[in-house]
Design a protein around this ligand. Structure first.
Ligand SMILES: O=P(O)(O)O[C@@H]1C[C@H](O)[C@@H](CO)O1
Length: 303
């Protein structure tokens, strides 16, 4: 055992248990420097691609690509539909960093690890984050293939005490307590709606995303509860990334691709299925790509 006298939970040592073994600010700074030494692009916009929605990265001209496995201290993707690559490039002149594959709580990663790339993006210069996910539709007026622009979330994982900001606060990123009543930028949501309308895109909805831990899908009773609480769609991601982004002052815009309608009837023989989710992602990824491209174009014009 070491002979140091560890008095605080923020003074970790490999021989002592600590309340949290988060990445420190210094760890993430090291990672940012590792990338800065290898790529000269300073990204303004960050993109996190949801399940089966990695095609958005095709928008990046002449990208510099890193496999997660080759970046020191970076987690790796384990879910089919998440390629596990970090890309730097430009979308119509705007410098962008994009994650083709995210980390989920159900993969076994603690939330502070799932969301580390958001803090990394912050240190690389990102001011706006665009997130996508695959989600099950709860609102009965939705259809498979709809794109739901997220206006708010219900954090069921958070209700159970799991929050990416749990543990010692990294003051250099943000304050201990963070307001999330305005988590999804009203301005970005307005712009996205205008873009979708301008493109004449069908099946674009607006709604509340509920986050569960997964990997099991929901029971009928859970879905009925979520519906009563005002959730329009349910998925297994995004919310932790948004909380981490808001903590360090990054603006967020998020969308869900409704890949399946949730089974809310005990008599139904239907079941949600990951392969089907990937198939719907494939069918609609081009529309998601067009929407994201045009939102970025519009942001470049108004900023
Ligand atoms: O990364 P997202 O939220 O798009 O992934 C969703 C939730 C599960 O990982 C998976 C279910 O098929 O898709």
């Amino acid at each position: 055992m070491c002979d140091k006298n560890h008095n605080t939970i923020t003074d970790p040592c490999e021989h002592h248990l600590t309340a949290s073994n988060q990445y420190t600010y210094g760890d993430i700074e090291e990672l940012a420097n590792y990338l800065k030494e290898r790529v000269s692009i300073q990204p303004q916009i960050g993109i996190i691609c949801g399940t089966g929605l990695g095609a958005v990265t095709e928008l990046l001209a002449d990208p510099t690509i890193f496999d997660y496995k080759d970046i020191p201290k970076f987690p790796v993707s384990t879910v089919p539909g998440h390629a596990g690559r970090l890309l730097f490039g430009h979308i119509d002149g705007t410098p962008v960093i994009s994650m083709q594959g995210r980390f989920h709580f159900f993969e076994g990663y603690p939330l502070w690890m799932c969301t580390m790339p958001v803090r990394l993006m912050k240190l690389l210069g990102v001011t706006t984050l665009i997130l996508s996910n695959a989600a099950g539709g709860i609102n009965p007026s939705f259809n498979v293939g709809d794109i739901m622009l997220i206006k708010d979330h219900i954090n069921f994982v958070g209700f159970a005490g799991h929050n990416p900001l749990r543990g010692p606060n990294e003051d250099k990123f943000g304050a201990r307590f963070v307001a999330v009543n305005d988590a999804y930028s009203r301005e970005l949501l307005r712009e996205a709606k205008a873009v979708a309308q301008g493109l004449g895109m069908k099946g674009v909805q607006e709604g509340v995303y509920a986050c569960i831990g997964g990997p099991s899908f929901e029971t009928v009773a859970e879905l009925k509860l979520m519906h009563q609480l005002g959730a329009d769609a349910v998925g297994m991601s995004t919310v932790h990334e948004v909380i981490t982004a808001r903590h360090c002052g990054i603006k967020c815009f998020a969308l869900s691709l409704i890949t399946n309608m949730c089974v809310m009837d005990y008599e139904s023989d239907e079941k949600p299925d990951h392969l089907e989710i990937l198939t719907v992602g494939k069918e609609r990824e081009n529309d998601v790509k067009i929407l994201v491209k045009n939102i970025i174009l519009r942001l470049a014009k108004i900023n």
